[in-house]
Design a protein around this ligand. Structure first.
Ligand code: ZN
Length: 203
């Protein structure tokens, strides 16, 4: 399936830049959100930040199974607890690491209608928000690893995406991810307890 954007992978300098605030929510941004969602579903991924498609704006889209959403100029106000989760990234495709991050967060931002939103998130959704917000600050999941693991991870990533053929690595990872996603869908309801709405608060 052709998607509107190619997801930028490790080594692309845009992934290391701090994105700028969005000052105007207009039709262009809504269209960008649609195209980013299409790209995200095609990969497949649960979230996609604007810098991952080469756009340096503070904005990301996501869907953890409750429908497509977008968050503009997100800010994390509070975080609590600790949660270990095997995290992956479309910009470092095919690789996963166990990463410790806060378990619960309070995040706010704006939706595509310009309404302010305030969300109390935990576990997967909280993880996703932290990961995507990192992208807006030029931070990759590799930066969240402990120094020894990071050293090894950087070596692997450099070999794959810098010395190797990034497009081939990305294509292989995409195929594996699609398989993984199909399996996850198959297993859903069988092994995973049903999740509550997760305290989604919209004012
Ligand atoms: Zn990512």
């Amino acid at each position: 399936m052709a998607s509107p954007y190619n997801v930028r992978v490790f080594g692309d300098p845009v992934l290391r830049k701090v994105a700028e605030e969005i000052t105007n929510i207009d039709g262009k941004l809504v269209q960008l959100a649609d195209e980013m969602l299409e790209t995200m579903y095609a990969e497949p991924g649960l979230g996609l930040a604007a810098p991952q498609v080469g756009i340096q704006r503070r904005f990301f889209v996501y869907d953890i199974g409750e429908g497509p959403q977008a968050l503009i100029n997100p800010v994390i106000h509070e975080s609590a607890g600790e949660w270990v989760y095997e995290e992956g990234c479309l910009s470092v495709p095919g690789l996963y690491w166990e990463i410790v991050r806060p378990k619960e967060i309070h995040i706010s931002g704006y939706d595509l209608s310009g309404n302010e939103v305030s969300i109390e998130a935990d576990e997967l959704l909280a993880r996703l928000f932290q990961h995507e917000l990192d992208h807006l600050d030029g931070v990759l999941l590799l930066d969240r690893l402990d120094p020894d693991t990071r050293k090894q991870a950087m070596k692997t990533v450099r070999e794959l995406f810098i010395d190797g053929d990034p497009l081939a690595a990305q294509a292989a990872a995409r195929a594996a991810a699609q398989e993984r996603s199909q399996e996850r869908t198959k297993d859903r309801g069988k092994t995973r307890p049903s999740k509550s709405a997760g305290g989604l608060t919209l004012p």
